[in-house]
Design a protein around this ligand. Structure first.
Ligand SMILES: C[S@@+](CC[C@H](N)C(=O)[O-])C[C@H]1O[C@@H](n2cnc3c(N)ncnc32)[C@H](O)[C@@H]1O
Length: 239
């Protein structure tokens, strides 16, 4: 299978699970994903530290993160002028359109976003970068799209190669319990087997930081949440 076919298959899988995606997210994370998202947007916005001209939420899916960006903007009293949700899955975006009222929507992949250089102040990608086959190309695209001083927020389930006791507990949950619950609620065996497999194939936090640095970013913050189930990366394009 070529990279293009593999990427297409992943996007079709998200089209297929779009209707149960939000409910399952809440069940599978026991609602804790809300706190990961809330803290991610707040911390990134604080690091950016001024009003945002354009915000891009890449791999936006059903638009949850954008809701948290709006809350962070209110809380910090830093307005966002233009907000754009970007995702290649038409069905995930259809749900986002109903939930997020004050945004634009673009059906595109992270690797080729049709916006000019330095168009964005803030870019986010939550639980999306693991699904991008050409990850270096996507990071390069984020760098191109950010203004100097702009901030990138990544939330992701990382591969923990060195297994501590808490990593083993997390693995038990991700590899055994989560796929079983996912199958039950979404009736899509493949999609919820894909999640742990994609984490196992994915980068460690150190490897992702290396890629970000190699592409010109400065690392501002790396923080594990909930025993390392989710990791937050905040990186800045130098001035
Ligand atoms: C696990 S969902 C995350 C959605 C949302 N960001 C969230 O936090 O709930 C992954 C999303 O990545 C999107 N995706 C898959 N391949 C992509 C690519 N190459 N570029 C951008 N998004 C992609 C999928 O369509 C899906 O909506």
């Amino acid at each position: 299978m070529t990279r293009t076919d593999k990427q297409q298959e992943i996007v079709e899988m998200f089209d297929h699970i779009s209707s149960t995606y939000d409910r399952l997210n809440r069940i599978l994370s026991f609602g804790v994903d809300r706190s990961w998202r809330r803290k991610g947007c707040l911390e990134a916005f604080k690091i950016f530290g001024k009003p945002c001209g354009t915000l891009l939420d890449v791999a936006s899916g059903t638009g949850d993160l954008m809701l948290f960006w709006r809350k962070a903007s209110c809380r910090l009293n830093l307005p966002i002028d233009r907000a754009i949700c970007i995702d290649p899955s038409a069905k995930m975006l259809d749900i986002a359109r109903k939930k997020v009222k004050d945004a634009e929507f673009l059906q595109h992949r992270a690797t080729d976003i049709p916006l000019e250089n330095a168009a964005a102040d803030l870019i986010s990608i939550s639980y999306g970068i693991r699904n991008v086959i050409e990850i270096d190309r996507a990071i390069g695209e984020f760098y191109r799209l950010l203004r100097p001083g702009g901030v990138l927020l990544i939330l992701e389930f990382m591969n923990h190669k060195k297994q501590t006791l808490s990593d083993r507990a997390v693995s038990l949950y991700l590899f055994k319990i989560l796929p079983a619950i996912g199958r039950l609620f979404s009736r899509d065996r493949r999609a919820y087997a894909y999640l742990p497999a994609s984490i196992e194939r994915f980068l460690t936090a150190e490897e992702l930081c290396e890629k970000l640095k190699k592409n010109g970013f400065e690392i501002a913050q790396v923080k594990d949440e909930t025993f390392g189930v989710s990791t937050r990366f905040i990186a800045r394009k130098p001035l």
